[in-house]
Design a protein around this ligand. Structure first.
Ligand code: HAM
Length: 439
């Protein structure tokens, strides 16, 4: 029997070239969080199923998850997201200094149909602020998002941070006299607005919300792009939710975050959101999936007993972000064709090998990355290997190099050869910027 060469469908398998692209993005994300004072944390991949049943809702925890019973009879889940684990960690840590500002890069698992922007094993970037209830935390999170997109070269017309408020949606649905059950159904269909065709969506609303007047209100609300719309003020003006969204849109304007757009159809699929919610979307038509999603959750931490701690944050999919960057040609070329080492040391014959290995070690001690021949093939074959790996410099170690202790560095792009001592190599590389890739 021959074994399959493919990994399981939707699982994360990255070649070194693909990993370099991911590392480039991770670096930018980490830097963006760090300049706002966010610290990194880790949580387990395997979690008790009940944690996610209680926090994420059954759609994600049951239908869309990898869950199983382990040898000890425990019901477990491979985390489909990070937020419930974060809430538990914060609830368990007694000595935290609030506001807590944490970030993490979890690999998550969801049993979804693999398609563009959707896989079964994916890395997320999570960034959350816990312990403040004002809108300043939301503003800071939006600022981080703008910085991330900016640092990756995206221009404000290429993406939008679409935001709305779960509380506002709740007020509107309440004003229609809906029951809790009807409201939950309404959220689910509002959430589908940009995922299906407009006619199909309207049909779904009319089918789900039986009362025609209520259905009309939901359609009007979900299509609203102005938090100051007179009809909205008339319907829910004077409520805390309305005042909050108007205030927040003013704060975004004052901060010059022009890529933030009010869009009442953003309600988010997860049950725990209670306030402002948002998604980052490509404004073009190539990427229909959200690059990032998040919002405020007021009741997550308190559910572990103890004090109530409110939070706001987001999860950003590395895959969806990468697809966006590729669409707009924003992955620097140097990352794709990056060499694995600064220098290739070709070895003339086995006579010189001990000297060459020691010399390579000395160069590495100077911080130079060196690939030395380990095949024992002839020189022309060694050169071919170095060329295919795009290594920028080659030095041949033969009898003369052993005798003199000096080497001749050949720049493979310009053809220029420079004779030097080992200690002179880092300077030559620095001057020509070989090894200084885009990341
Ligand atoms: P989410 O909207 O479920 O939110 O996921 C956030 C992001 O993760 C999505 O916008 C998408 O980029 C990425 N993502 C989700 N599912 C997949 C998938 N199957 N394949 C590839 N990428 C995917 C949450 O997870 C919340 N816990 C975020 C959060 C943090 N809210 C507050 N803090």
């Amino acid at each position: 029997m021959t074994l399959s060469r493919k990994p399981l469908s939707g699982m994360r398998e990255l070649t070194p070239g693909e990993k370099r692209v991911e590392d480039y993005i991770v670096k930018r994300l980490r830097e963006a969080g760090a300049v706002y004072g966010f610290e990194e944390y880790e949580t387990p991949v395997l979690e008790p199923l009940e944690l996610f049943l209680a926090k994420s809702g059954s759609e994600l925890a049951v239908k869309q998850s990898y869950n199983f019973t382990d040898k000890g009879g425990r019901k477990l889940i491979m985390r489909p997201e990070l937020t419930p684990s974060l809430a538990r960690m914060v609830a368990a840590s007694g000595e935290l200094i609030y506001p807590v500002k944490w970030m993490s890069f979890p690999v998550c698992y969801r049993y979804e149909r693999p398609q563009r922007g959707r896989v079964r094993e994916f890395m997320q970037f999570n960034l959350d602020i816990l312990g403040t209830s004002g809108l300043q935390a939301e503003l800071e999170v939006f600022l981080v998002l703008r910085r991330i997109m900016n640092s990756l070269g995206a221009s404000p017309d290429q993406y939008a941070i679409r935001y709305s408020s779960r509380r506002l949606a709740l007020e509107i649905l309440r004003s229609c006299g809906m029951t809790e059950e009807e409201m939950a159904q309404a959220y689910a269909v509002i959430d589908k607005k940009d995922k299906i065709k407009p006619d199909e969506w309207k049909g779904l609303i009319l089918e789900t919300i039986k009362d025609e007047r209520n259905a009309g209100t939901v359609i009007k609300f979900a299509s609203c792009s102005d938090p100051n719309a007179p009809w909205l003020r008339e319907a829910v003006g004077g409520t805390e939710a309305f005042d909050e969204i108007v205030k927040f849109s003013g704060m975004l304007k004052d901060a010059g975050i022009s890529e933030a757009l009010f869009d009442a159809s953003v309600v988010r699929g997860l049950d725990y959101y209670t306030g402002i919610v948002f998604e980052v979307m490509d404004t073009g038509s190539n990427n229909r999936r959200a690059i990032c999603g998040g919002g405020r959750y007021d009741n997550l931490v308190g559910m572990f007993g103890g004090q109530k701690v409110t939070g706001v944050g987001f999860g950003l999919g590395l895959l969806t972000l990468e697809l966006f960057l590729k669409t707009y040609g924003l992955i620097p070329d140097g990352i794709y064709g990056k060499q694995p080492a600064d220098i290739f040391l070709a070895v003339y014959s086995d006579e010189e090998r001990v000297f060459a290995v020691n010399l390579a070690e000395k160069l590495r001690n100077f911080g130079v990355s060196v690939e030395i021949d380990i095949t024992g093939k002839n020189l022309s074959k060694q050169f071919k290997i170095a060329g295919r790996k795009l290594i920028g410099y080659i030095a041949v170690i033969g009898p003369e190099e052993v005798a003199s202790g000096r080497i001749i560095l050949r720049n493979m792009t310009s053809g220029i050869e420079t004779e030097c001592k080992v200690s002179g190599v880092p300077g030559i590389l620095r001057d020509s910027c070989v090894g200084g890739g885009a990341n």
